[in-house]
Design a binder for this molecule. Structure first.
Ligand code: HEM
Length: 509
């Protein structure tokens, strides 16, 4: 009997919610077209395991600007370069808000977070910090040695693990560890993953856990009534690991302050920059509280590691899958650099084919296929459709990069397309057919850093080693499946044998 009463109540609640949501949908006026949806759940069951692919298929039917209901969340999906141009050229400010998912929602709101901040004065202050301090050319130039050292050490570790060209290594893992250490060095001037740095290992563990939970689909994001219950525990678990990581970062900051830096002595690392801005953030609004500093540091790790790792792993995968392209890029590197020295960052400008390989990888495998969700801060009218206030905006850069009306043979890995006929197509947010870093105000602030690290790391891997598939695997037999977590990684990590090319053993940096 009790069971029946509960069932009736739940059913009544669902019908009521369905009715309310139906009302809501009707009130929104002329929304962009989209598939029919179910009460309460909307189109959730049409998303499948790869939402970017499902959205691409749906866009073929419903058009490049489309409404999808994720539970009660009105979502507008943009799938063509023309509509993306319209969004970023004419509605950039009003669509520059952020849709905040439960895993991203910290105990303290978006304090200190560039990624989850709404478009307001707090965001502008953080963005200015990125453009004038962290990713400005002068500082990037000054930190060139740090990048060279971290990449050189990665080559040394790969050579050791490959046992003189006899064992396959997980390239993505080596790059991830290098990148984590690189960001650690940019911020703290420390090797966090040093064998003696137990705290670094723990910080790494908690950062990985946060990325794991943030990449899981969460029903509470789509059915607001469930937010209070956090049914999958995603919010609770993410927050636990965030707090653990903050404690560790806090201990590094304390050490730096006790050692007398405290922002007074200018050094080149990001922590000194942040400490120079230290205050309570309230009485002097343009200063940062300790928590803000912690959040900024943590975000550098989470936003910066998986994205670049995904790109390097896919670049290596595509090259091994296309041996002629691999040979061509290696010829360019070896002809221009020779055998006797390491590749350096200043070589990049003389390596157009290597740069084209990076672009082609980002076209086919953008690490954030739907970018980071935007939100309409006010209602607006785009291309004759109403975009309601607080609706989520997803830009399907994966679909845009594979659009056959824009790209010849879009599924082919063919870096030459970026050399001829138009070598000027770049990822700086001006060419809307190719926006892996986004465009407009919310565009990735770290693009200048990534555009140095990616070609230097890939070029160094290809210059120092020949790469052989293990167990007689043929290029055409390679697994090319995508797996979606926080970024679009390979479903099965790439394992490949590094055969030293340059003769002399690579010394530890
Ligand atoms: C292959 C490398 C990378 C790619 C493709 C990439 C791509 C993106 C994209 C698509 C966005 C969202 C843009 C939007 O919402 O309109 C973004 C935002 C962001 N990225 Fe990157 N990113 C990369 C590397 C990095 C690195 C290395 C860092 C930091 C060290 C970083 C930090 C950030 C931050 C803080 C944001 C949030 C900006 C905001 O909300 O205003 N990214 N990135």
């Amino acid at each position: 009997m009790e069971y029946e009463v509960v069932s009736v109540l739940v059913l009544a609640m669902l019908v009521w919610m369905g009715w309310i949501m139906g009302m809501e949908r009707r009130q929104h006026g002329q929304l962009p077209p989209g598939p029919r949806c179910w009460p309460v759940v909307g189109n959730i069951f049409q998303l499948g395991r790869s939402p970017h692919e499902s959205f691409t298929k749906l866009a073929h039917k419903h058009g490049p600007i489309m409404t999808i209901w994720l539970g009660s969340m009105c979502t507008v999906v943009i799938s063509s370069s023309q509509v993306a141009r319209e969004m970023f050229k004419r509605h950039d400010v009003v669509l520059a808000g952020r849709k905040i998912y439960e895993a991203m929602r910290g105990d303290h709101g978006s304090e200190g977070s560039l990624v989850t901040s709404q478009y307001n004065s707090h965001w502008r202050m953080l963005k200015r910090l990125c453009t004038t301090e962290f990713f400005v050319t002068s500082r990037l130039d000054a930190m060139r040695g740090v990048r060279a050292k971290c990449i050189h050490r990665m080559l040394h570790l790969i050579e050791q693990a490959g046992e003189s060209g006899t064992r396959a290594v997980d390239v993505g893992r080596f790059f991830f560890l290098m990148d984590f250490n690189l960001i650690g060095n940019l911020i703290f001037s420390k090797d966090l993953l040093d064998s003696e740095m137990e705290r670094g290992d723990k910080f790494y563990y908690h950062a990985l856990k946060v990325m794991e939970y943030a990449g899981k689909p969460n029903v509470a994001d789509f059915l607001p009534i469930l937010k209070w219950f956090d049914p999958q525990g995603i919010r609770r678990k993410t927050q636990f690991h965030v707090n653990q990581a903050f404690d560790i970062a806090g201990s590094f900051i304390k050490e730096r302050m006790e050692n007398g830096h405290g922002g007074s002595k200018k050094s080149n690392d990001y922590l000194d920059v942040l400490l120079a801005y230290r205050g309570d953030g309230i009485t002097e609004p343009y200063t940062f509280s300790s928590r803000t500093i912690n959040v900024i540091i943590f975000e550098m790790f989470t936003a910066g590691t998986d994205t670049t790792t995904s790109t390097i792993e896919w670049a290596m995968t595509e090259l091994l899958h296309n041996p002629r392209t691999l040979k061509k890029v290696q010829m360019e590197l070896r002809n221009k650099i020779g055998r006797d020295r390491n590749m350096e960052e200043t070589d990049i400008e003389n390596l157009p084919y290597l740069q084209a390989v990076i672009k082609e990888t980002l076209r086919l495998h953008p690490p954030l296929p739907l970018m980071v969700p935007h939100m309409a801060m006010e209602s607006c009218n785009m291309l004759g459709y109403n975009i309601p206030k607080e609706s989520q905006i997803l830009v399907n850069v994966w679909a845009i990069g594979r659009d056959c009306t824009v790209w010849d043979a879009p599924l082919l890995f063919w870096p030459e397309r970026f050399l001829e006929p138009n070598p000027l197509v770049d990822y700086k947010g001006r060419h809307f057919e190719f926006i892996p870093f986004g465009s407009g105000r919310r565009m990735c602030p770290a693009m200048p850093l990534a555009s140095r690290v990616l070609p230097l790391a890939l070029g160094s891997l290809l210059h120092s080693f020949d790469w052989v598939l293990p167990d007689g695997l043929k290029p055409e037999e390679m697994d090319m499946t995508e797996g979606l977590g926080i970024t679009l990684r390979k479903a099965i990590p790439l394992k490949v044998i590094p055969v030293p090319y340059r003769g002399a053993t690579i010394e530890n940096a």
